[in-house]
Write a protein that binds this ligand. Structure first.
Ligand SMILES: [Zn+2]
Length: 95
């Protein structure tokens, strides 16, 4: 899944290697990290192999769909690519 995102990422420099790209991605994830640590225990994957990915959110008491759009995850609930749900998906898929 990550190599797919890498391949389709239009924003990265053309000659950027996969490893460098991953490092950038992990830095971005680190910014989510504080939020994730608080929020993480309340999130659980229902499935990860499908698109959209289905998360169950125990704070909102709701199932959240995360779509993989072109080069990034997209949270349908927040209409956002930068919420904790998206960070959670990056964090897990990078493991
Ligand atoms: Zn969200």
């Amino acid at each position: 899944m990550l190599s797919e995102i890498y391949r389709r990422d239009q924003k990265r420099p053309q000659n950027q290697r996969f490893n460098a790209w991953i490092e950038n991605l992990l830095l971005e994830i680190a910014e989510y990290d504080g939020k994730l640590r608080e929020y993480g225990p309340f999130l659980r994957f229902e499935n990860i192999s499908d698109n959209p990915v289905l998360l169950s959110d125990n704070l909102l008491v709701k199932n959240i769909f995360i779509c993989l759009h072109a080069d990034s995850f997209f949270c349908e609930h927040h209409d956002s690519t930068g919420c904790a749900h998206v960070g959670f998906c990056y964090a897990i898929s990078a493991v």
